[in-house]
Design a protein around this ligand. Sequence first.
Ligand code: NAD
Ligand code: UDP
Length: 329
Amino acid sequence: MERVLITGVAGFIGSHLADYFLNKEYHVIGVDNFITGNVRNIAHLKDHPGFKFIEHDVTNPLYIDEDLHYILHFASPASPIDYLKIPIQTMKVGAMGTHNMLGLAKAKKARILVASTSEVYGDPLEHPQKETYWGNVNPVGPRGVYDEAKRYLEALTMAYHRFHGLETRIVRIFNTYGPRMRLNDGRVIPAFMGQVLRGENLTVFGDGSQTRSFCYIDDQVEGIYRLLQSDYPEPVNIGNPEEISIRDFAEEILKLSGRDDLTVTYKPLPVDDPKRRCPDITLAKRILGWEPRVSRSEGLKNTFEYFKSLPAEELYKTEHKDFSKYIKP
Ligand code: NAD
Ligand code: UDP
């Protein structure tokens, strides 16, 4: 029986990865410090014989007794409002957290896959973004803490690969969505869905002409699994290449909700908000035989059902998660 360690297991993507690997009969050790995660995401695994949970901040060294075959390093705040609120923790988990996990992989002779992001392309000047594009990142802007931490994560991972011969994989994840996102995490899909469920108008930032391409979680998890099983050590984009402007997307959400009494209101565009984002997935298609299967309409329907099923108080917990215990006065 192979064993996989997943960091960030109580988060959105990490918890789906845990389910996927347990279904394939791997043993899973999940690690999280709950800084942006939620125990509800892994509550159903509490008594699963193949699952073990360790509450731990991966910016501190982690020692594991068991053999490990794979490490999936997904711990990191991922929503812009999260990493703006906890910028130093974001840099630490991308830098020290990644270093600790690479060290653990080396000690255990395990293969490690690290979660990178389309944000390494910054506000891209090339479109769609291929893996060979080096990006257009503002290192000192507010998003720099996330973008540069992930660029460092990639550089450190390649250094462990080249210097120590470690088996490494790097996934560049483009906007991914689905059940178990935090309703108040500020990302556009939970934000819009929360607004329609509360009967509020949708807040589009800027004029809404900026684009994104949304990948459903099941497709993302399948892509990550295939990349892990491949022999390709360099970064691979995993995302859905169907691009839409945020303004059109807001209309799509209004239509899905059936709330024709609601409308769109405009707010200032956050600093360095990328104008266009769309993955070129030629490489993933060629080396992994992967491409997304779930249409946006189906994925959004599933996600909307999930948000509707949450307890009503969640919907009105609009204040942002309290990070005060992680921030020294
Ligand atoms: P999330 O916030 O739901 O999950 C992140 C998890 O990591 C949380 O459970 C959090 O508590 C945990 N964590 C953070 N710092 C930690 C630390 N120091 N020690 C232990 N645990 C820690 O976010 P997500 O959307 O599931 O993102 C997961 C990963 O995927 C992140 O690395 C993120 O950068 C990457 N990613 C996600 C997207 C996306 O669209 N969802 C896009 C690009 C990249
Ligand atoms: N956005 C918006 N209204 C919201 C939240 C986000 O218009 O209430 C926009 C945001 O400015 C960005 C896009 O939606 O252009 C996607 O934002 P998100 O925070 O989901 O992630 P990003 O892709 O920027 O990392």
